[in-house]
Design a binder for this molecule. Structure first.
Ligand SMILES: [Zn+2]
Ligand SMILES: [Zn+2]
Length: 405
């Protein structure tokens, strides 16, 4: 792997054009055995960093979202000057229908293991040493993309960042990174960043201040019902309710906790409710559907409309994040940037492929069906197969295959 990674850095790698203030960043590099993280490294100019990556080959390369007076100093002597606002959206934190099939984890302390979404702590011994064996699958990355689209919409429309300030990347593994580079966010402390986290996650939502209050509910909720074109979370909730009411079947009403008669009243008045959410005339009030019932729908929609981010990453003002255009040690795929406006059509399994030539014979222990570019591979189980370099590298990096000599 080291040899093949080195070839990539020497043949195809270049730093992204817009990499601001390189001399103020701390860099970190992970060795191939995955055990040692080289930290507190600084570079004065781009060329030095580029030639370092070409000469010394590491499995992963990171840089600080923070800017420091002395990036090479120890943590408490660095002199923090500010930090970009970063978000990490990772399929590990999003429940999907398939993660029970392809994701496994085990506790590094007691050995207990399970399938599906990774727990923060081991349910048996409480240890945080969770070893993951996940898969960068299309469905999971599709869900991560949906969360990313919601977040981008909030950053650009609600917060008012320009598309120039907001950089969106495929992480190289199971998710997306968003970096906001703007003077307005640079000096925000962890508490302020937590407020932003809460906003995008819809946490601690104050319904009353958004005109959703049970007081005088007979008229009030009807008059103040949010409309789909309303600004910020009011509009977002209205859109959520609109989608829910448009498509809800009996079991959907039941799953948000509504009784049969309430569900029937909502179904009967579907068109009127939708018109009301569009802002066209009727009050939206439905006989037999009280404020509490509406709130059950609203809370469900709030969850749906929120962006599922890894909250720890955003509040950590010293975080090291993967360097763009470098390889991810767990996949051999690149972290790549793409324009925010191109997200719908973005295909990580095409754009992030680093190795485009050659083939390698490997023995695959276990791999699900997967796609790279236009080609589909697998599933494989205990068999020898010759694969294009990128596919072989992915399986080897994921610990699912070994090179056949
Ligand atoms: Zn355990
Ligand atoms: Zn999946």
């Amino acid at each position: 792997m080291k040899k093949i990674f080195r070839e990539y850095y020497n043949r195809d790698f270049s730093l992204s054009e817009a990499f601001p203030m390189i001399e103020r960043r701390e860099f970190g590099f992970l060795t191939f055995d995955g055990k040692t993280m080289l930290r507190h490294i600084g570079f004065q100019i781009r060329d030095n960093l580029e030639s370092f990556l070409k000469k010394e080959t590491y499995s992963d390369a990171f840089y600080s979202c923070a800017y420091y007076e002395n990036p090479e100093a120890e943590m408490d002597k660095k002199g923090w000057l500010g930090a970009d606002l970063v978000f990490d959206i990772d399929a590990d934190h999003i429940p999907t229908s398939c993660n029970k099939i392809h994701d496994e984890w085990s506790c590094g302390s007691c050995g207990f293991s399970g399938k599906g979404v990774l727990p923060e702590r081991c349910p048996i011994c409480g240890s945080q040493k969770i070893d993951a064996n996940t898969w960068p699958c299309e469905v999971c990355l599709g869900s991560a993309k949906i969360e990313t689209i919601k977040l981008l919409d909030m950053l650009i429309r609600d917060f008012g960042f320009s598309e120039r300030d907001v950089h969106v990347f495929f992480s190289g593994h199971r998710g997306y990174h968003i970096h906001v580079e703007n003077e307005a966010v640079k000096t925000l402390d962890a508490v302020a960043r937590k407020e932003i986290v809460d906003y995008v996650s819809g946490l601690g939502f104050d319904f009353a201040s958004r005109g959703l209050s049970g007081k005088n509910s007979k008229m009030a909720h009807a008059l103040q019902i949010p409309k789909i074109n309303d600004f910020s979370w009011r509009g977002r909730i209205a859109k959520g309710v609109y989608d829910f009411i448009s498509n809800a079947k009996e079991e959907d009403f039941k799953s948000v906790g509504l009784k049969k008669n309430v569900a029937e009243a909502l179904s009967r008045n579907r068109d009127m409710i939708l018109k009301s959410l569009e802002g066209a005339g009727p009050s939206g009030a439905v006989k037999g559907v009280g404020f509490e019932n509406w709130m059950k729908i609203v809370e469900f929609c709030l969850k749906n409309q929120s962006a599922k981010i890894d909250t720890v990453v955003t509040t950590d003002t010293h975080r090291l994040i993967r360097l763009a255009n470098t390889l991810h040690g767990k996949t051999g795929l690149k972290k790549v940037e793409f324009p925010t406006s191109a997200i719908d059509a973005f295909d990580p399994f095409k754009s992030a492929v680093a190795f485009k030539i050659g083939a390698v014979s490997v023995f695959v222990s276990d791999a699900p069906e997967f796609r790279l570019g236009d080609e589909t591979f697998g599933p494989y189980k205990n068999r020898k197969v010759e694969l294009p370099t990128a596919a072989a590298v992915l399986l080897i990096c994921k610990g699912r295959a070994e090179v056949v000599k």
